[in-house]
Design a protein around this ligand. Structure first.
Ligand code: 6PG
Length: 261
């Protein structure tokens, strides 16, 4: 079932396996179309646990052998400020569940490097990498073909955390320069961890954005973001809308159970 909620195209599937099967076929079709048209496909991966179920489908023989993996460029929406081989690392998760299992071109994996003295230096380095890779000047945003996002049960996405400075800056900009920033760092008190994240305008410049969210534990956050009061400081995923394309929410019934339509 598909419904439009505030310019979000929401697709609801009976169970999470239906969701990930659809998402894998959708990814394959998008990748083939982009690569046939322009020879490459740039995607942004989200972190956390949800992508593991998605990647489990993407790495089955059918998708392993029918997706032009070599031409896909992989970027990350956020990263924990931990070593690349840490179990906490989003790159480590993607490597273990995806890159190690399908024939990607290692030169097309653009991880958020964390081998710096601090998270802010890591964020700046990723920003420079994005500008260099997409040949964009300091006022432009990367034209990702597709951005995948998850949703935390507190309505964060990427590492855009509620009440964080990075979110505040897009609600009450402290300076015009901030709005051209691609990558920011922040400290998560509750996890005692620094994070690096794409900024809302960097995400929103993606040609298409897909939120992949499953499970009853996300139902309240889904309702707050899509049908609750407009309050992006507390529900940062409300800052996300594709400027040039569509914003999709692929949900299982459990995650969508509080939506009214
Ligand atoms: C991260 C993610 C984050 C994630 C949500 C959902 O680094 O944790 O980028 O935004 O997508 O927290 O996480 P789960 O998929 O584990 O529920």
């Amino acid at each position: 079932m598909a419904v439009m909620i505030k310019n979000n195209e929401v697709k609801i599937f009976p169970g999470s396996q239906d969701l990930f099967q659809f998402a894998a076929n959708d990814f394959r079709q998008r990748a083939i179309a982009a690569i046939n048209q322009k020879g490459e496909f740039s995607i942004v991966l989200s972190g956390g646990n949800t992508p593991k179920s998605f990647f489990d489908v993407l790495t089955t023989d059918y998708y392993k052998t029918s997706i032009p993996w070599q031409e896909i460029k992989f970027f990350f929406g956020d990263e924990r400020y931990v070593p690349a081989n840490s179990e906490e690392s989003n790159f480590h998760m993607a490597n273990k569940y995806l890159f190690d299992k399908v024939p990607v071109n290692p030169e097309n994996i653009y991880r958020i490097r964390t081998e710096f003295d601090n998270a802010n230096d890591a964020a700046n380095a990723y920003e420079q990498l994005l500008r260099k890779t997409f040949h964009i000047h300091d006022k432009a945003f990367p034209p990702f073909d597709l951005v995948y996002l998850g949703l935390g049960d507190n309505a964060h996405t990427a590492s855009l955390m509620p009440l964080s400075d990075v979110v505040m800056q897009y609600i009450k900009p402290s300076s015009a320069d901030i709005n051209t920033q691609l990558v920011a760092s922040l400290f998560m008190k509750e996890k005692n961890m620094y994070r690096i994240t794409l900024t809302p305008p960097a995400i929103n410049n993606g040609k298409n954005i897909i939120f992949l969210v499953d499970g009853a534990n996300k139902a309240t956050a889904i309702w707050e973001v899509l049908q609750g009061k407009t309050d992006p400081l507390h529900y940062p995923a409300q800052l996300i809308h594709s400027v040039h394309g569509k914003t999709y929410w692929y949900l299982d019934q459990a995650a969508a159970q509080k939506l009214n339509f």
